[in-house]
Design a protein around this ligand. Structure first.
Ligand code: ARG
Length: 660
């Protein structure tokens, strides 16, 4: 047998088509003029009634399948938009692009979701000279809501909000599906290819906190796309090419003359870089030689390529330490990869007459952009602009990417804007088809709100920072006496989980657009929206079943046989929060703002606490402490919460431990 989901989907599609043609038929039957004089009206009426009857049966079975075939999780918000879209089309068939707005309701008393289209539609009609009261519009929408599987009732409130109350039985069924099938992504129509360009430090220079942000944010974006089923290419666009390698190699030749046979012990590449820069600035001969080295390197002289590789390796090893700590997978494809491609790109722009000369430089102006790109410098060398054009072209044409995302600090916003505009101008891609986007982020600040630096004013080495995180997280665990409870191995695991989880979460939980203040004290605080809090909450939730002696087999069995009851207010609130997971992911897919996921996980954890405080999962004998009753459906709610949290952590790149 084939994939049941695909099979159901195609059946759904067939049925939807049938409904369409039946509806059309009914419409034409309603209109007697089109039937000619010979028509037997009674016969047609009868036929019409029969068709309507069949249509209803089909609609119902469509709904049944919708709620049963879903191995994947349903995006409720999207489903409600479909329903309201249909209602609006039914009521105003001629209205083009009616505004569709559905949001979850903040206050439970107003229902679970809210459709706010009526007000916007009134505005829209008003602009066409039609004065209609939004409340009347809301009523008409309400009357036209099609038969569906998830709405219990709707109410109109205020100026024209339509409050939607979901069916508890429906939410319960979704939760059961999730428990049985695991947290599955919503269905994906086509597998798209995504390139994420992130981390991307520069060889021979220190990888700094900006690169750390890019690494954390980019990795999490990749994880989201991967979970949703996209084909993701994670690229490290390292700065490994350019004139600085001339002086580095010249210095290498002097300092380690036998570098070709004996691997030079460059421990501190930073210092090495500084030394060669100093010589470059001060010694005329050295400078000359540095330039010759660039030429040799560009002509691929093996001795120079070797030197270049040696220098890159030193940096590479340093970067890799950071990636290992943070569990980052990434493919290195630096600027040097695009050398030949840059030549071709410049030719392509020249052939199309898009290149202008400016004081010996070759520049390209893109429509709507103030600043030009410099594609060739006056000394004939290429630039950051040229390599990004070549990289973009390669990703579009060779990688055949549908989505390309660049994760760097917002300071590079203009650079990317101009590169994208130039690529569109030359016809490489159409933004309506291919999504090419710069996901910028703010700078990292110290607790003094100034640029993040060490006390002595140097850039902070990332490995030092990560080490300090480890030290601080261990202090915290000891402060909580965890060292008295956990084995040494468990303690070390918890230490790593907390340290790196907190560093990542602190970054991801703030809107990336803003600058953010790096503070170990804040991120390790186990109160508030922090990884420390969530990790503790998560281990606690997972221990509930264990402490009641309920194993996975029993939970699985329960999921198969026990309905997840949602009668208590707090059960209902938790249930609704759980099923919002897919719509949260969808939103992030659109705006690439991962803090939404953090906010959601925090909300989930606090909603869980409310539930746990007021709903007994197990009841114990007051005297003996013995478990006298297990409320299995509540154990299932604990299990579902843990499952969603685990998936959330997974997407954020946070690695929870079983005991901490
Ligand atoms: N190496 C650059 C830097 O450190 C970041 C590169 C980002 N990616 C790109 N395709 N330009 O600022």
């Amino acid at each position: 047998m084939g994939d049941p989901v695909a099979e159901y989907s195609s059946r759904l599609q067939q049925q939807e088509q049938e409904i369409h043609s039946l509806t059309a038929e009914i419409e034409s039957l309603k209109n007697p003029q089109s039937l000619g004089l010979s028509s037997d009206l009674d016969g047609l009426r009868e036929e019409n009634a029969k068709l309507k009857y069949r249509l209803n049966i089909l609609k119902r079975s469509l709904q049944e399948e919708r709620s049963q075939c879903s191995k994947t999780m349903m995006n409720i918000n999207q489903r409600l938009q479909e329903i309201f879209g249909e209602a609006i089309r039914e009521a105003w068939p001629d209205l083009e692009n009616p505004p569709l707005a559905v949001t979850p309701n903040q206050q439970a008393k107003f229902g679970d979701y809210q459709c706010n289209s009526a007000m916007a539609m009134a505005q829209m009609m008003k602009s066409k000279g039609l004065k209609v009261n939004p409340r009347e519009i809301a009523e008409k929408i309400q009357q036209n809501i099609p038969d569906n599987e998830l709405i219990e009732k709707t109410e109109i409130a205020g100026p024209g909000f339509i409050n939607v109350h979901l069916k508890r039985s429906f939410v319960s069924k979704l939760l059961t599906n999730m428990l049985l099938n695991g947290v599955q992504p919503p269905p994906l129509e086509i597998k798209k290819k995504v390139v994420v360009d992130f981390s991307s430090p520069n060889i021979a220079k220190e990888m700094h906190v900006g690169h750390l942000r890019s690494t954390i944010i980019g990795d999490s974006m990749c994880r989201l796309f991967e979970f949703l089923g996209y084909d993701v290419l994670r690229l490290n666009h390292v700065g490994d090419w350019g004139t600085q390698f001339g002086m580095l190699i010249a210095h290498l030749q002097d300092k380690f003359p036998n570098y070709l046979t004996v691997s030079p012990p460059i421990g501190d590449l930073q210092a090495f870089y500084k030394e060669s820069k100093k010589r470059f600035d001060e010694e005329e001969d050295f400078k000359k030689r540095a330039y010759q080295c660039v030429v040799k390197l560009q002509s691929k002289d093996p001795a120079f390529i070797k030197g270049w590789n040696l220098i890159c390796d030193v940096s590479r090893n340093e970067f890799q330490k950071v990636y290992n700590c943070l569990d980052i997978q990434i493919i290195e494809r630096g600027e040097s990869f695009y050398q030949e491609k840059m030549i071709a790109v410049v030719k392509e722009f020249e052939a199309k007459g898009l290149v202008e000369m400016d004081e010996g430089r070759k520049i390209v102006f893109a429509p709507g952009q103030q600043i030009p790109l410099t594609v060739v410098k006056s000394d004939g060398g290429y630039t950051y602009d040229t390599s990004d054009l070549a990289a973009l072209r390669q990703r579009l044409f060779d990688e055949k990417a549908d989505i390309i995302i660049y994760v760097t600090d917002s300071g590079q916003g203009t650079h990317f804007q101009v590169v994208f505009a130039a690529a569109q101008m030359i016809g490489w891609y159409d933004p309506k088809v291919t999504r090419v986007e710069h996901a910028g982020f703010g700078v990292v600040l110290g607790e003094d709100k100034k640029k993040f630096k060490t006390r002595s004013g140097d850039t902070v080495r990332l490995m030092d920072l990560l080490d300090e995180g480890l030290k601080r997280s261990m202090d915290k665990l000891k402060e909580k006496d965890r060292d008295k409870v956990l084995s040494t191995e468990e303690l070390t695991k918890a230490q790593h989980s907390v340290a790196f989880g907190c560093i990542k979460y602190a970054d991801l939980s703030h809107n990336r657009i803003n600058d953010y203040v790096f503070s170990f004290d804040k991120m390790l605080d186990d109160r508030g929206n922090t990884a420390a809090y969530l990790l503790y909450a998560f281990t606690r939730i997972r221990s509930i079943a264990r402490l009641a002696n309920i194993d996975e087999v029993a939970l699985r069995k329960a999921a198969e046989t026990t309905d997840v009851l949602l009668q208590h207010d707090k059960e209902w609130k938790l249930g609704k929060c759980l099923i919002r997971f897919p719509e949260i992911l969808q939103k992030i897919l659109d705006d690439l703002l991962l803090h939404t996921l953090c906010d959601y996980l925090y909300e989930l954890a606090t909603t869980f606490t409310e539930f746990y405080d007021s709903c007994y999962c197990i009841e114990k004998d007051r005297q003996t402490g013995e478990v006298v009753k297990v409320n299995m459906w509540r154990m299932l709610l604990c299990d579902a919460t843990a499952a969603i949290m685990a998936k959330g952590f997974d997407i954020l790149g946070i690695n929870p431990v079983s005991r901490m």
